[in-house]
Design a protein around this ligand. Structure first.
Ligand code: NAP
Length: 252
């Protein structure tokens, strides 16, 4: 096996960067997207879109590949668990998790960390009157009970799947974001608390700089754990090396 066929579970900037690097290396790669957003940023190379149908469906799909790189978002917990299970079963395949570093290392003192979105909602209700939520749309419902009557601004890529409380407003946007715009967003809402999840990376970091500059309370939802035993790298170059090492390992 000189050029292993790679299934690259994507939906992140790192996955797109890795797809480009693999294509440049002559590695046959298929990027997989969930199909959540209507106009996804497409990686170079082959792309498939849509769920596999759980662990069994993914295991069946693995027949067409020699190895898997799971470069999904740090909060795409279900996909990561499915990849871990499918790659251990009868269709066993080498599996790598590519996950960008979280923000813990560069977090200033004073950020509030929450284990769940529900806990973040309770904290936001305690810490501010005018929250800005930048946690995506999938877990937005977890904030309704605690913040129903507050003037919440929530920023999402695609429309939430439920009717928002009357005092909530939505801003549709997609990163990367710049500091000036983030400052304007927070000032425009007269925000006093910002809620985010520990996505990591630089695309959405400026909101945290702006929040810090303006003296807002910041609440960060911790990442779900990576399944035990998974090999994890946090940068694209290391993921590329891992794929190259697979090819080298198989050479006679
Ligand atoms: P999730 O909750 O972990 O996954 C739910 C289901 O969606 C999976 O069981 C799988 O369906 C399907 N799925 C997820 N990622 C897929 C992929 N790359 N290719 C094919 N099917 C996939 O995932 P999520 O949090 O909704 O994230 C969906 C996608 O958006 C991922 O590609 C992720 O990288 C990207 N994304 C997520 C976030 C976030 O905050 N969660 C942020 C930015 C980008 P089946 O069981 O049918 O296989």
């Amino acid at each position: 096996m000189t050029a292993p066929r790679i299934l690259l579970l994507g939906g992140t900037s790192e996955a797109r960067a890795l797809a480009a690097a693999l294509v440049a290396d002559g590695v046959p790669v298929t990027s997989s997207l969930a199909g959540r957003v209507s106009e996804p940023r497409l990686p170079v190379g082959d792309v498939r879109i849509g769920g596999f149908g759980g662990v069994a469906g993914l295991a069946a799909a693995l027949q067409g590949y020699d190895a898997v790189v799971d470069a999904t978002h740090p909060f795409a917990e279900t996909m990561t668990i499915h990849a871990h299970r499918a790659c251990q079963g009868p269709a066993a395949r080498p599996l790598l998790r590519l996950q960008r570093p979280g923000w813990g290392d560069r977090a200033p003192d004073g950020w509030h960390w929450a284990d769940t979105h529900e806990e973040a909602a309770e904290l936001a209700a305690e810490l501010g009157q005018r929250p800005v939520l930048t946690i995506g749309r999938q877990r937005l419902a977890a904030f309704v009970s605690a913040l129903h009557d507050r003037p919440v601004l929530t920023r999402v890529v695609e429309a939430p799947e439920f009717d928002l409380p009357p005092r909530w407003t939505v801003r549709y946007d997609r990163g990367p974001y710049a500091l000036d715009g983030e400052r304007d967003l927070l000032l425009g809402h007269d925000a006093d608390v910002l809620v985010t999840k520990d996505s990591g990376g630089d695309y959405t970091w400026p909101k945290l700089l702006a929040a810090d500059e303006l003296g807002l309370s910041v609440i960060v939802v911790r990442r779900p754990p990576v399944p035990g035993g998974m090999t994890v790298v946090d940068d694209v170059a290391d993921a590329l090396d891992w794929v190259r090492s697979l090819a080298a390992r198989e050479r006679p």
